[in-house]
Write a protein that binds this ligand. Structure first.
Ligand SMILES: C[S@@+](CC[C@H](N)C(=O)[O-])C[C@H]1O[C@@H](n2cnc3c(N)ncnc32)[C@H](O)[C@@H]1O
Length: 219
């Protein structure tokens, strides 16, 4: 994960600790290792990809919760969709939403080549509009896109999440800038964190893993 989008990096966790934790956690399959290599070869930066520590956490939560049906908001090149699908039973599903044409094409290629292909459905378009059109309910939602609108996604997703279901949100520490939010994204994420921590419909734990991951459980 050598390339970065240009925002200042405050390492939430000491890089050596992060590396140690990653090394001592669930590892990526060979398929995912080659997806990372091919994404890196195709794109200027791939730091949007969740990575194996967050990916391992997603897999663990899916298995502990007995999740069958996952909704992902923000596919990128398909890493986390495949990672989550690997943890699902054979009759499980991942519905993943992506609006960027180039990423759609790369994800589609990776899904076509994947051992998890039959479990994954890529829906192309703006998640803000797409979510309202989904009839299904989900056990597990991974929100990893469009950081300015996390609160709006939360409200859109709540009716589609089963009681006891999990909503996992990534980048909730936004390189630590939520402590003193100056730009629009940092402010939006800080507002979301404050909102969700006080919302009686859910229980929330914010973990300082990588860029911050919140586990939200619908009561
Ligand atoms: C952080 S990346 C997702 C990374 C992916 N979950 C992974 O771990 O590989 C966010 C993705 O969301 C997409 N995105 C941003 N806003 C969106 C929207 N409104 N609707 C659908 N996709 C969106 C971006 O194009 C980008 O590919």
């Amino acid at each position: 994960m050598k390339k970065h989008r240009g925002k200042p990096i405050l390492k939430i966790t000491d890089p050596a600790i992060d590396e140690y934790a990653t090394e001592h956690s669930i590892q990526d399959s060979e398929e995912l290792k080659s997806l990372i290599a091919s994404s890196d070869a195709e794109l200027e930066y791939i730091d949007m990809l969740s990575g194996s520590l967050v990916g391992g956490l997603l897999q663990m939560l899916i298995k502990i919760s007995g999740t069958k049906h996952v909704l992902e908001i923000g596919t990128f090149t398909g890493y986390s969709a495949i990672k989550m699908a690997e943890a699902l039973p054979d009759d499980g599903s991942v519905t993943t939403l992506e609006m960027n044409l180039r990423y759609q094409n790369l994800a589609e290629k990776h899904f076509d080549e994947s051992a998890q292909k039959s479990k994954i459905t890529l829906i192309k378009g703006n998640a803000q509009e797409l979510i309202d059109t989904l009839d299904d309910t989900f056990d597990f939602v991974y929100l990893d896109a469009d950081k300015l609108r996390y609160q709006s996604y939360f409200e859109k997703v709540m009716p589609k999440l089963k009681p006891g279901g999990l909503l996992i949100t990534d980048n909730v520490l936004w390189d630590g800038t939520v402590l003193n939010p100056l730009d629009q994204k940092a402010k939006a994420i800080a507002d979301f964190n404050a909102f969700v921590a006080n919302d009686n419909r859910v229980e929330t734990v914010l973990l300082p893993i990588r860029d911050g991951v919140t586990i939200i459980r619908k009561k």
